[in-house]
Design a protein around this ligand. Structure first.
Ligand SMILES: Cc1cc2nc3c(=O)[nH]c(=O)nc-3n(C[C@H](O)[C@H](O)[C@H](O)COP(=O)(O)O)c2cc1C
Length: 224
C-alpha cells in the first residue's frame, strides 16, 4: 500500500531548510537509504543525470575551509548562471523569507555586517557534518538540471523521513572552479548546488521560522 496523500503531506509539511546542525554524523547506511529513496524520482529518458560527491568527517571540514577561503577571496563563478533578477511576487517571496531568517537570528534592517555574517554561514555549511555536491552532465543542459532539481527535492524529503535535516544551497555552487578541482568533479559536469545535511539543532534561532506557500489561485491557471 502506498502512503496516503495525507501521510505524504504531513512529511512534506514537516520538512524545512535547516540552517544550524549538530556535529553528530549520520550513519553511512542511513545516507545510503536516503539516496536510494531519492533516486526513485523520474528523469527524462530515465537518464538519472545526478551525481553526488558526499563528504563526511575530515573531508567536510576541509571543504568548509576551502569554501570560506574562496568566499573571502571573492570571485563568484557558478557553472550555471544565477538568476538575473527576481520581480513581482518572486521578489516579494524572496524578501519575505530573507527577512524571516534575519529576524529569527536578530539581524535588523540596515545591519550589513550582520547579514553578511549570516550569509557566510552558507560557506561553513551551517556546521553540517555532511555535504553532497550535486552535478549534472553539461551536455544535458537545462533538462539535466531539471531532473537533478527533482532529485534534490526528493533527497530533502527522504532525509526528513529518516529524521535527518538538510538544506539545498546554491550559494556553495558560486565557487564551482574550486569545487571541480578540490573534489575531482570533471569539467564535463556542471555543479548545480550542495545539500548540507545532518541532525538539526532544534534550539538554534536560525531554525525557528518557517516559510509559507502561495495560494493555488496565485499560480494555477484552471482551464476547464
Ligand atoms: C535549489 C535551491 C537552492 C537553495 N540555495 C540556498 C542557499 O544558498 N542558501 C540558503 O540559505 N538557502 C537556500 N535554499 C533554501 C531556500 O531558501 C528554501 O528552500 C526556501 O526558502 C523555502 O524554505 P523551506 O525549504 O524551509 O521550506 C535553496 C533551496 C533550493 C531548492
Amino acid at each position: 500500500m502506498p502512503p496516503t496523500l495525507a501521510e505524504l503531506n504531513s512529511l512534506f509539511a514537516s520538512r524545512h531548510s535547516c540552517r544550524a546542525f549538530l556535529s553528530d554524523p549520520v550513519p553511512r547506511a542511513v545516507i545510503e537509504q536516503i539516496i536510494e529513496t531519492a533516486q526513485k524520482v523520474p528523469s527524462w529518458c530515465n537518464a538519472q543525470p545526478w551525481k553526488l560527491t558526499v563528504t563526511s568527517g575530515a573531508q567536510t571540514e576541509t571543504l568548509r575551509e576551502e569554501l570560506l577561503r574562496a568566499a573571502d577571496a571573492g570571485g563568484h563563478a557558478p557553472d550555471l548562471a544565477f538568476p538575473t533578477g527576481y520581480s513581482n511576487e518572486y521578489q516579494d517571496r524572496r524578501r519575505t523569507c530573507g527577512w524571516a531568517l534575519y529576524e529569527a537570528v536578530g539581524v535588523i534592517k540596515g545591519d550589513r555586517e550582520g547579514s553578511a555574517r549570516q550569509m557566510r554561514q552558507n560557506f561553513s555549511l551551517f556546521d553540517a557534518p555532511h555535504c553532497a555536491i550535486i552535478s549534472s552532465p553539461a551536455e544535458l543542459g537545462a533538462y539535466g538540471a531539471m531532473d537533478c532539481g527533482g532529485f534534490v527535492a526528493a533527497f530533502t524529503l527522504a532525509a526528513q523521513a529518516a529524521g535527518v535535516a538538510s538544506i539545498p544551497q546554491a550559494a556553495v555552487a558560486s565557487f564551482a572552479p574550486m569545487l571541480h578541482q578540490h573534489l575531482g568533479i570533471g569539467k564535463d559536469r556542471i555543479i548545480l548546488c550542495a545539500i548540507s545535511f545532518g541532525y538539526g539543532n532544534p534550539n538554534h534561532a536560525a531554525n525557528s521560522f518557517r516559510t509559507e506557500r502561495a495560494d493555488l489561485d496565485d499560480f494555477v491557471d484552471w482551464q476547464d
